[in-house]
Ligand binder design. Structure first.
Ligand SMILES: Cc1cc2nc3c(=O)[nH]c(=O)nc-3n(C[C@H](O)[C@H](O)[C@H](O)COP(=O)(O)O)c2cc1C
Length: 370
């Protein structure tokens, strides 16, 4: 097994067996949707379909990219892909670096397209690899491997810093993304993996990518995963640094406000700690177009297979429909336009950061808050 494949397996096993959430919060508790006592919308007639990057989805959900590169992930990817196809939602694969290094691993990723022939599939590679050894042929192979509808470049600087095997440098990344975008024929997506995206980063990314997944803090915590790995190999310096950074990052709800302030129209996915239909509804009402779920579905796929994954996603959609009825939204467009109230802590963040365009975008009261 290659070092990349081994490391990926390590991450999955820790995520499956240990507690890897906690330390930070999504801040969805700071956002309130407003109950509509005279809503004439019934959950049964709610339409959850959306169009994302030209593709119709039956619900605004993406199974966020996690696995590939070994036999365990083949099994997990098969289950997740079958669920995505059955439910008409999107799916991403994990970093495809392992298959570029070892082509015999290609099937652990291509199984996703095999099992999800009509699904919106997102290919995936790390920003560190792109920055260091960008090579358009490998990028085209990655896209072709899963016949992808979009390509995600994952921005995981915190994780690269905390892994002993990490490549903690994205030097030259933006220029390479610009070149890449002109050479590929699918949309390019920038995806954080748990530390969120700020307004300033979004403004730069907006010039070189077609869509953003904010990957905010509050869900799977890479500092916690690396803390556990560092303890196992007695790497005291990395254990201490990981512990220090357990609360690092921009919470998911906050990052949506940041990115929407910078880029009011960019297709936006909110991943990071999405655990219920209420989280999805809040993410969309704040300004996301889709919500991404990773860790809980990985666990379900591993422990319960397809039925467990479908049950969890069905429950989230059931909850989303109930919330939509309660706010009086019969479509996702109406949910995105729903009024919200934000708590003093989030208002303070918005005020400190001067997110005036977000205030306008959500029709909040700029004169009171800013
Ligand atoms: C075991 C595991 C492996 C992951 N691998 C990748 C990856 O290869 N590429 C990527 O973009 N994100 C990866 N992620 C990050 C997820 O896509 C997602 O952004 C993150 O886990 C937050 O979502 P969650 O809180 O629902 O887990 C991984 C997550 C987990 C749990």
């Amino acid at each position: 097994m290659s070092a990349t494949s081994r490391r990926k397996l390590d991450h999955i096993l820790i995520a499956l067996e240990d507690e890897v959430e906690g330390g930070s919060s999504t801040w969805f508790d700071e956002v309130m949707l407003i109950h509509n006592a005279i809503s004439e919308v019934s959950p049964r007639e709610v339409d959850t379909s959306v169009n994302f990057l030209g593709h119709e989805l039956r619900a605004p959900i993406v199974i966020a990219g996690m696995t590939g590169g070994h036999e365990l992930s083949l099994r997990i990817n098969r289950v997740l892909a079958e669920a995505a196809e059955r439910l008409g939602i999107a799916i991403g694969v994990g970093s495809q670096r392992a298959a570029i290094e070892e082509p015999k691993l290609i099937h652990t990723y291509s199984i996703v397209r095999e099992k999800a022939p009509t699904t919106f599939v997102i290919a995936n590679i790390g920003a560190a690899q792109v920055a260091r050894d960008y090579d358009i042929r490998s990028i085209l192979k990655i896209i072709d491997m899963v016949k992808a509808d979009a390509l995600a470049i994952h921005l995981n600087l915190l994780h690269e810093i905390l892994q002993p095997e990490g490549q903690p440098s994205f030097k030259g990344l933006i220029a390479k993304l610009k070149d890449m975008r002109s050479e590929i024929n699918v949309p390019l997506l920038a995806k954080e993996t748990g530390s969120g995206i700020s307004r300033e980063a979004a403004l730069k990314l907006g010039e070189v990518v077609d869509a953003i997944d904010i990957g905010g803090a509050g869900g799977t915590n890479w500092a916690l995963i690396e803390y556990k790995r560092a303890l196992k190999v007695e790497n005291e310096a990395l254990a201490q640094l990981s512990k220090l950074l357990l609360t690092w990052g921009i919470p998911t709800a906050v990052s949506i406000c940041e990115v929407r302030d910078a880029l009011p129209a960019i297709p936006l996915i909110a991943t990071g700690g999405i655990r219920s239909g209420l989280d999805i509804a809040k993410a969309l009402a704040l300004g996301a177009d889709l919500a991404g779920v990773a860790l809980p579905l990985l666990k379900k796929a591993y422990r319960e297979g397809i039925e467990g994954v479908i049950k969890m996603l069905d429950q989230m959609i059931f909850e989303l429909k109930a919330i939509m009825a309660l706010v009086g939204a019969s479509t996702i467009k109406e949910l995105k336009e729903a009024s919200i109230v934000i708590s003093p802590r989030l208002s303070e963040w918005i005020r400190c950061r001067g997110l005036k365009r977000f205030m306008k975008y959500k029709k909040l009261y700029p004169d009171i808050v800013i």
